[in-house]
Write a protein that binds this ligand. Sequence first.
Ligand code: IPM
Ligand code: MG
Length: 355
Amino acid sequence: MKTYKIACIPGDGIGKEVVPAGQEVLQALAVASSRFTFDFESFGWGGDWYRAHGEMMPKNGLDALRNKDAILFGSAGDPDIPDHITLWGLRLKICQGFDQYANVRPTRILPGIESPLKRCTRDDLNWVIVRENSEGEYSGVGGRAHQGHPIEVATDVCMMTRVGVERIMRFAFRLAQSRPRKLLTVVTKSNAQRHAMVMWDEIALQISKEFPDVTWDKILVDACTDRMVNRPASLDTLVATNLHADVLSDLAAALAGSLGIAPTGNIDPERRYPSMFEPIHGSAFDIMGKGLANPIGTFWSCVMLLEHVGETEAAQTLMAAIERVTANPALHTGDLGGRATTVQVTQAVCAAVSR
Ligand code: IPM
Ligand code: MG
């Protein structure tokens, strides 16, 4: 029997509620399949760890994760700690430390869930956003000088490398090729950003030659928001820079009904390091500790985790269970206009995978 070693990092806020829920569902799947098991190890890193130790995770924390098959992450963010510290001290430290350069964000309108778009059917919106996850606007290159003086300066350099752009383009073309429509949209801003984004466009054209069966087009990021709202069916797979995709993926999640549902995988496609799966919703302090968080984003992230480790059948079972549960409005949490609790949704999905 195969055992998967999974690191669980609930982090902050509702991460502490949805990650244990994800573990429960994975456990239920393992029991139902009787072909594999999970060996979970939880790490209490995040805001509380910072208060106790002055850092979001231990200096050698990556070593504890290195030999895992995957990481299940909740969220990082604390009302009392600046956001750039919580982000760079934990989530980005893992993403960059393990060179998880492809961030994959599928979006669909699940059964029972309504899109705020009047004319959009479930068939119209079926996207995967590929987010460059290692450089660009999040490269961390920059600095501040003369703080507090009128001549104070601050820079955040959007750094793009040929290697970085080639590998994310290749990943995106390959993913588009694996989907039925074989359609890729390259998001850019090369009208305004005349160096890095021009190279981005050139490399897109270059890599496209390796994938003659993929139809692709290019769109400016601002125009892309309009296209997502007004012509959703014209899109399938999208590739965008770190910041552009960050913004577009929240729009995508909202158009599909709720941020509470959207999953993501921070992937090292070369599998040198473990990949990390997480809901995209963040720590949501306003509802934390109340049992109201929507665990569906975490469960869908668990589907991606299962696909990544090669348990395709279990991934399909879990996705079908999720869709059975979302189809029932009595099992919708507050973000979907319902009154169900995290526990109720979790129990329903566990029951559905055990059937
Ligand atoms: C996301 C999030 C993060 C990001 C935040 C929490 C820093 O919004 O995963 O999309 O911007 O990368
Ligand atoms: Mg975001």
